[in-house]
Design a protein around this ligand. Structure first.
Ligand code: GTP
Ligand code: MG
Length: 361
């Protein structure tokens, strides 16, 4: 899973990237110039994998991973610059907008004042403009080709016009209902406003724990039409410090500040929720591993995630829910208590299912 961190310059993107990854990229009080985006991978913490690993003592324990990308800021009205910035996040599964809400005279704001709602609107509009530009170019190219005698792809053209009309009402494509077929026919264009969006409000150290912060998050969610759960508040500066600490020290620091959970974990949870992802688990003496799949996936799709051979030769999936397994303590006991079931290809996988695939190639 690839998550792109986006925002205006100096919003705290790199600070938050560091907080999420534990890396230590340079943060500056002026807009940064980098040619290549920062990338960093982190493992997705999963207490179930911790426990299963302790139990099976496998040679290898593998957690799911998330890759974060951090690049330069989006600039209001600068289509050419934004094209470059947005091209770097075309592969991302979701966009995290960082909105500046912290006060610091020393850190310049591209629009001079701190106003997270305005900035959220700016960022959304720049995504719309970028997608509109892409559609217009594509339509012109199709018309030119038609003039040269090439038969236009009427289906694609119709969907492009539908998207264009929607964008012109100033709404991002993620809210346009499209059929699976329509989505497939425009996938190659890699629209940016179609990607799920998560918002991080970067607050001042002094505002941590302040009720006003929740009021601000409510207002942003309402104004932009975001799900409230997809709007997080955190103090980038403090979270970055936490990210640099050893786990033990981090825990003491979090306790002292009254922070229940570090923002890196909170953001991962929101990403899973926003992208409708779940995990299934495989266990054994060799490896205990977590696999990330779309919620609603079938056993056959889960098998394909592991290997195309397992998908092709699928016979049955032996499934035991993690909680049931944990209470019984062993596969034999789980079986005895009837927690292990045999499922076919169309079984809908649940979060936390421990699956053993029987297959034949
Ligand atoms: N006080 C305070 N300062 C912060 C916070 N987050 C970031 N900053 C400061 O704001 C400045 C900009 O932070 P960066 O993380 O470099 O911002 P950016 O969005 O990556 O900026 P560009 O890459 O230049 O677009 C730095 O001096 C940070 O230390 C915060 O939560 N509180
Ligand atoms: Mg930066």
């Amino acid at each position: 899973m690839n998550i792109a961190i986006s925002g205006l310059s100096n919003a705290g993107k790199t600070t938050i990237f560091n907080a999420m990854t534990g890396l230590n990229m340079e943060t500056t009080i002026y807009p940064t110039v980098i040619e290549v985006p920062h990338k960093g991978s982190v493992k997705v913490p999963d207490a179930r994998i911790d426990w299963l690993s302790g139990m099976f003592k496998p040679k290898k324990t593998t957690y799911s991973t998330i890759e974060y990308t951090d690049f330069v800021g989006i600039t209001k009205g600068d289509i050419a610059h934004n094209r470059k910035v947005l091209d770097a996040l075309r592969d991302a599964d979701a966009i995290v907008d960082v909105l500046r809400a912290f006060d610091d005279q020393a850190v310049m704001h591209p629009d001079n004042t701190v106003d997270p709602i305005r900035d959220a609107q700016t960022l959304e509009m720049e995504l719309l403009f970028s997608d509109l530009e892409l559609i217009e170019k594509r339509l012109t190219r199709m018309d030119d080709a038609a003039k040269r005698g090439k038969k236009p792809d009427d289906i694609e053209k119709k969907i492009l016009i539908k998207c264009k009309d929607f964008l012109e009402t100033e709404r991002p494509l993620r809210y346009l209902p499209l059929s699976a077929e329509e989505l497939k026919s425009i996938r190659h264009l890699q629209f940016v406003s179609i990607k799920p969006k998560i918002t991080v409000i970067n607050i001042s150290e002094a505002d941590m724990g302040d009720k006003e912060v929740d009021v601000m998050a409510d207002a942003i969610a309402k104004k932009l039409g975001y799900k409230r759960e997809h709007v997080l508040t955190l103090c980038g500066k403090i979270e970055m410090e936490i990210g640099q600490l050893q786990p033990e020290e981090a825990r003491d620091f979090l306790n002292a500040l009254g922070i229940k959970e570090p923002a890196c974990n909170r953001l991962i949870n929101v990403c899973y929720e926003a992208l409708e992802l779940i995990s299934f688990l495989t266990v054994g003496e060799d490896e205990v591993k977590s696999w990330t799949i779309k919620s609603g996936s079938s056993a056959l799709q889960a098998a394909g995630k592991i290997h195309s051979d397992i998908e092709r030769g699928f016979i049955r999936a032996e499934v035991v829910p993690y909680d049931a397994f944990k209470t019984t303590g062993s596969m034999a006991e789980a079986r005895k208590h009837g927690h292990v079931t045999l499922q076919g290809k169309t079984y809908t996988v649940n979060d936390g299912d421990i699956i053993n695939f029987r297959f034949n190639v």
